[in-house]
Write a protein that binds this ligand. Sequence first.
Ligand SMILES: Cc1ncc(COP(=O)(O)O)c(C=O)c1O
Length: 491
Amino acid sequence: MQRIPAGFLPPVAMDSGSDTPMYQQLSDWFRRAISSGQLRPGQRVPSTRSLANELGISRIPVLGAYEQLQSEGFLETFTGAGTCVARAIPSDLTVPRAKLARPEPAAMHGGSRRTSLRAAQMRTPEATWLANMGAFRVGLPALDAFPAALWSKLVSRHARHLSAEAMGYGDPMGHLPLREAIAEYLGAARAVRCNASQILITTGSQQALQICAHVLLDPGERVWMEDPGYPGAHQALRTAGAELVPVPVDAEGIDVAHGARVGADARAVYISPSHQFPLGMAMSASRRMQLLHWAASNDAWIIEDDYDSEYRFGSRPLSSLQGADTHARVIYLGTFSKVMFPALRLGYVVVPEDLVADFHAGRDAIDTFSSMLYQSAMTEFIREGHFARHIRSMRTLYMQRREAVHEAIRKYLGERLEVIGTEAGMQLAGLLPHGVDDVAVSRKAATKGVSVRPLTPCYLEPPSRGGLLLGYGGANLAQIDEGVRRLAECF
Ligand SMILES: Cc1ncc(COP(=O)(O)O)c(C=O)c1O
């Protein structure tokens, strides 16, 4: 017997001034709700007593309406199980729920209804590579190696001991102990110079980018964007009305001299200097100095996205750009999506001291603050040393996985994928031979359960050569070998 739990009862409209008796208004309402699909066959309805209470009327008209609806076959009663909409009502007599939300054709406007220009700017190109969880989904860490039991113990402990303070409204800047732990970690691991008062906890870097764009820029202002660059940054900056100025990257990172020529009036620069997204190179020391100097002389902000720099192979992690900034022009973004897991939705911004009040207001205006439960569990994860331990063990694992991708590429793809930028992170980029359409290869790979991200949609200016981004963090050795073998069939 199919059982549908009691859902929310849509509001019942009763008119006490009407000539129609109450019991009849009520039975008419139920008939309409059932035939329009708002109440589904098998769904529990309230008891006569609680419905009478809710409507503030006597129980007699409710009893009368239920009796009538039962005798007509709309409702049925089971001892101990209460009253339900009759299961025997054929579902084709009721309107499917999804249909209710869909607009009538008459309300459509040229095939689609009008929404804002901003909505169009938020749209990203078709993303077939997101359709599956197989190898090589970009941005996914090794979820199979995450200490899930330990994490859930910490979360449960905090859930069991929620104080009233932890259940109320928190500080928009975030939970202070977590901000202190992050400030300490960033100082030691990334040479970031800050104190806890400058840390703003966000719902991941995507929100951090959004807050930066809204706090730093007015609509129409120009921003240098690494080309190719991170589509999430394109989205966030465009949504705030910024105009993106494509600035090419080469082996040393963003070409600052080019940026200064084409975007002298820019208000901000978005960069990923430790591990350029998507090509993978690190920004050279001289370019870093050039960019810091340009920003200081032109009253411009630098948004430094340090999304996966914990993982550097063969050398120590590079210091952050923020740490070398003597003019407080850098806004530093970090995320727990790669070192923990993306669904945690926790990230942070290191804000120059004089901008703290504006970022505080920006976060407050968007969604107030992040989940307290996860913030406190995360604090303990760091304080008890699990965070540092997990990063260390992932570094070794990703090194093995990276070696395995290289080997599989040599074995199955040979010259067809020219691998670049592989000293860091959980992903590698490869260039395809001239004339090969990377979007088409990616689409074909998706049909074989392989998720590779084409490079072309990361460009603002059309590239001369396409390429693919392979995220190996979330794929084990067998999936890596099989994934590259299948990818080779797509050329
Ligand atoms: C360049 C870059 N920045 C940031 C992020 C992380 O985003 P979030 O913290 O919103 O999960 C990603 C994830 O793929 C990324 O590739």
